[in-house]
Design a protein around this ligand. Structure first.
Ligand SMILES: [Zn+2]
Ligand SMILES: [Zn+2]
Length: 126
């Protein structure tokens, strides 16, 4: 059996102030019909904007794309511990898998649980 796995970039406009954690909880706790999807939020970036109906995020596709590019200059996973740009993705101590930076993760990798992200090659453990 082949199962596809999708890594998606989804923009949420949070008018009700659920916050990043609240939005993640809604996504992960929602039961989809026939259990067809099992979403896991692996990383989140948040920006605050002053909203009105003329906001570029409320415009056409081109306007939204430009606003997103300005708010989030490049896709960058961030460390789940300190928020710095992530250099690896892994699971430790029976925690859910998460992104980490070279400061917070030693990249021991002897058990194969940490993989470098494309952004930057983690330095070898000294
Ligand atoms: Zn970190
Ligand atoms: Zn690592």
């Amino acid at each position: 059996m082949t199962t596809k796995v999708h890594l998606m970039t989804v923009l949420f406009i949070d008018h009700d102030n659920l916050g990043a954690e609240g939005t993640e909880q809604v996504l992960e706790s929602t039961r989809y019909p026939n259990d067809c999807l099992y979403p896991s939020v692996l990383g989140t970036q948040t920006q605050a904007v002053t909203w009105d109906d003329d906001h570029p995020l409320n415009g056409n596709a081109e306007s939204v794309a430009q606003a997103v590019a300005e708010l989030f200059p490049r896709p960058a996973w961030t460390c789940h511990i300190c928020g710095a740009p992530a250099t690896c993705f892994g699971a430790y101590d029976n925690q859910p898998p998460a992104f980490a930076c070279s400061t917070c993760c030693g990249h021991g990798n002897e058990d194969g649980r940490c993989m470098p992200t494309a952004a930057e090659e983690p330095e070898e453990d000294a």
